[in-house]
Design a protein around this ligand. Structure first.
Ligand SMILES: Nc1ncnc2c1ncn2[C@@H]1O[C@H](COP(=O)(O)OP(=O)(O)O)[C@@H](O)[C@H]1O
Ligand SMILES: [Mg+2]
Length: 152
């Protein structure tokens, strides 16, 4: 799904995938061959937003600039039928012109399709706990409660 997302999502504020092979062969030093899949992503030179935040707070003006970029890019992702599902400062990179680049589509999914109920809301409890939407948290809490009830 990660490679599918990168293939379908071309935008100035999204990480660019340079190459992808689902079935390639790696030749080891001893000559043996191992089947591999690989993805080549563009290097974004100024690190991730978490690093920048660690240096201190951004001024309100800069926050507004970055929030606007983030929301516009998220809107684009959703308009193309994808959900990122793990948006957090670690997964937002900063390019050499100090624009945001959304990365890490490892948990992304298709919004539409047979596994979705057309409501527009996702129902799988995954992501990074501190950044999950309230409705996804509720799924997590429910699952934990069920597990605890089964164990006791
Ligand atoms: N294309 C890139 N350019 C620069 N740094 C990157 C790039 N991709 C990832 N990183 C850095 O590596 C970290 C982990 O990469 P990520 O794709 O988020 O993998 P994971 O699934 O392990 O979270 C990111 O938080 C970021 O700091
Ligand atoms: Mg990540």
């Amino acid at each position: 799904m990660e490679a599918k997302a990168y293939t379908n999502l071309k935008h100035n504020n999204l990480l660019e995938m340079i190459d992808y092979r689902s079935s390639a062969v790696e030749v080891k030093k001893d000559g043996s061959k191992v089947p591999i899949a690989y993805m080549v992503l563009k290097l974004v030179k100024e690190g991730d937003l978490q690093n920048w935040i660690a240096w201190g707070r951004f001024e309100a003006k800069i926050c507004r600039f970055y929030f606007k970029q983030m929301l516009k890019t998220l809107h684009f992702i959703h308009s193309k039928g994808f959900a990122h599902r793990d948006l957090k400062p670690h997964n937002i990179l900063v390019d050499s012109e100090y624009n945001l680049i959304i990365a890490d589509f490892g948990l992304s999914c298709s919004i539409k399709g047979p596994s979705q109920d057309e409501s527009g809301y996702l129902k799988t409890g995954l992501g990074t706990k501190n950044y999950m939407a309230p409705e996804i948290h509720r799924i997590f809490d429910l699952k934990t409660k069920e597990k605890m009830e089964k164990e006791h």
